[in-house]
Design a protein around this ligand. Structure first.
Ligand code: PBG
Length: 324
């Protein structure tokens, strides 16, 4: 039996009814706010392609984190800019690096905030690749030790969760081993397990000053055409000890989020990346879209696909709007 007995519109008549039967309830409880830490003091420089996003010194990071925590956002993820780049990205493991100092500043401020750190070398290397380079090739195995050292220094500074984003094979195992050997068995690993070689990272590379100086990242990041390979990447990272896995970017890969969610019983995160953010900002500034409604629709879609954790530059705005 169908119409007139069944009338789906019956449950859409009022906001009370719509709210009552809503399947996905967007809340800031799964939001992660990405931030860019740079050297110095009292530095706060806006990223031109990402309005509202700043490169900031540790003191300013702690300041903004107070606001983030106040909005009910549970976590931040920190990216770091070095004083000086070199061939092997050695500053990634400096105890006095911008990320390490920012973690300490956040801890000192006693904020109720989870601190996640991105583990990667591209911001720290002179060539801008995520691993060490020899004869124009990004080497896998020699990169693992450097990544593990970076993760350890972040754990020492007080990170709750380390998040490798380099896409080298075996890095989750290398980081897990290093953390365990040094009594950081409780520090969790959020792995960027299915990270695609995407053009949506453009604005981030301005923010992180991390554009590759030659070639591209296709020899380590995933081919956008592949879905089954993502499941394999996730399975491998879980075997190596990942606690949370991530799909990145989010919007062109909602099918991947859904498949990963269905296949694996672990927390799934998605990264609503810089290019996705900048497109919304640009269109909103032109008056072409309603920013608030578009952002909440995007974040709902990512959650509905299966990501309970969403890394997004919209986190502060969205948390504010969800309160209204
Ligand atoms: C580092 C890294 C990147 C992003 C997160 N970690 C850039 C890249 O792989 O080139 C992108 C995040 C964003 O675009 O918001 N490897």
């Amino acid at each position: 039996m169908t119409f007139p007995v069944h009338r789906p519109r019956r449950l859409r008549r009022s906001e009370a009814l719509r709210g009552f039967v809503r399947e996905t309830r967007l809340s800031p409880a799964g939001f992660v706010y990405p931030m860019f830490a740079c050297p110095g003091k009292s530095v706060r420089t806006e990223v031109s392609s990402m309005p509202g996003v700043f490169q900031q010194s540790a003191d300013q990071i702690a300041e903004e984190c107070r606001e983030v925590a106040g909005l009910g956002i549970p976590a931040v993820i920190l990216f770091g800019l070095p004083e000086k780049k070199d061939e092997t990205g050695s500053e990634s493991a400096f105890a006095q690096g911008a990320v390490q100092r920012s973690i300490e500043a956040i801890r000192k401020a006693k904020l109720d905030l989870l601190v996640i750190t991105d583990v990667c070398l591209c911001e720290y290397t002179s060539h801008g690749h995520c691993g060490v380079v020899k004869d124009g090739v990004v080497l896998n195995d020699p990169t693992l030790e450097i990544l593990a050292a970076a993760a350890l220094s972040q754990a020492r500074a007080g990170a709750d969760i380390v998040a490798p984003s380099d896409m080298m094979d075996g890095r989750v195992a290398a980081i897990r081993r290093k953390l365990d050997e040094n009594n950081f068995a409780d520090v969790a690993i959020l792995s960027y397990a299915a990270k695609y070689c995407s053009s949506f990272y453009g604005p981030f590379r301005e923010a992180g000053q991390s554009a590759p100086q030659f070639g591209d990242r296709r020899s380590y990041q995933m081919d956008p055409a592949n879905a089954r390979e993502a499941l394999r990447e996730v399975a491998l990272d879980l075997e190596e000890g990942a606690d949370i896995i991530m799909v990145k970017p989010a919007l062109p890969y909602l099918d991947i989020i859904q498949r990963v969610r269905e296949r694996f019983d672990v927390p799934v995160a998605a990264y609503n990346v810089s290019g996705e953010y900048s497109m919304v900002k640009a269109a909103a500034r032109n008056g072409w879209i309603d920013e608030k409604r578009v952002v909440l629709e995007i974040l709902t879609g990512i959650q509905r696909a299966g990501a309970s954790i969403v890394l997004t530059y919209h986190a502060k705005d969205a948390a504010r709007w969800l309160k209204d």
